[in-house]
Design a protein around this ligand. Structure first.
Ligand code: NDP
Length: 242
């Protein structure tokens, strides 16, 4: 049995990615931080499609928790190697930089960027041994273009883009690809507070995207056939200028 780990799989884009990868035959590890009710719904949606999954809650920003929970799982489940890793968990906490508090900077950098390091470092070592893997990082238009009010979030996502390109070069010879997917405005809890009608006018396709549209691109990159695409950033943003 081959597994796929999706961080932040309880809701939004991560949930759609879990369902997509399950349909490709993977056993899904649904990570989340605290919302067990929503994580159970993801699990149920997967089981309804006759696929398998399990919950693996831990805070991706907590180095020790990643080591203990994920490290233990890897050790105890040598028969279910993680072949696909999707670093999707993320938060935003916007403020103009002049007003930004230390905690806002630190939380956003930790949850988005530090987590990429903690989780990927653990998972990639097994992929290197198996000589196969797919690592897909969910970044953002903000990490490419920079967005006012999101200095913390833009820095974190741009950092992951750099790390994606560097790691791709480190592990390419072992048939491991590392890519990033950069969504624009996607309808999830994270964008609930945005004025959709107003922002739609900025988007050439004139609407917010769906989590399933992002998951489709992740599925494409996770496929065995995508073996010659690595170190790339694919935008899923309805044509919004990057
Ligand atoms: P949501 O807010 O809808 O969901 C966030 C998910 O991340 C939840 O599953 C949540 O778990 C999990 N999570 C948050 N913090 C942690 C943590 N410390 N440890 C483990 N899990 C955590 O977000 P989206 O689905 O909208 O976003 C998913 C990714 O896509 C993020 O990286 C985001 O930055 C990126 N993105 C989103 C865009 C959008 O328009 N929505 C645009 C561009 C990028 P729990 O349920 O337990 O809280």
């Amino acid at each position: 049995m081959k597994s796929a780990l999706v961080t932040g799989g309880s809701r939004g884009i991560g949930k759609a990615i879990c369902i997509k990868l399950a349909s490709m035959g993977y056993h899904i590890l649904i990570n989340y931080k605290s919302n067990e009710t929503e994580a159970q719904k993801t699990l149920q949606a997967i089981e309804e499609k006759n696929a398998t999954a399990e919950l693996i809650p831990f805070d991706v920003a907590d180095k020790e928790a990643v080591k203990n929970v994920l490290g233990n799982w890897i050790e105890m489940n040598p028969d279910k190697p993680i072949e696909v890793l999707v670093n999707n968990a993320g938060i935003r906490d916007d403020a103009l930089m002049f007003w930004m508090k230390d905690e806002q900077w630190e939380a956003v950098i930790k949850t988005n960027l530090d987590a990429y390091f903690y989780v990927t470092r653990l998972v990639v070592s097994n992929m290197l041994q198996k000589r196969y893997g797919r690592i897909i990082n969910i970044v953002s238009l903000s990490g490419i273009k920079g967005m006012p009010g999101q200095v913390n979030y833009s820095a974190a996502k741009a950092g992951i883009i750099g790390a994606t390109k560097a790691l791709a070069q480190e592990v390419g010879k072992r048939n491991i690809t590392v890519n990033a997917v950069a969504p624009g405005f996607i309808k999830t809890d994270m964008t609930e507070d945005l004025d959709e009608n107003q922002l739609n006018q900025l988007v050439p396709v004139n609407r917010f995207g769906t989590a399933e549209e992002v998951a489709y691109t992740v599925g494409f990159l996770a496929a065995k056939e995508a073996a010659y695409i690595t170190g790339e950033v694919i935008s899923v943003n309805g044509g919004l200028y990057t």
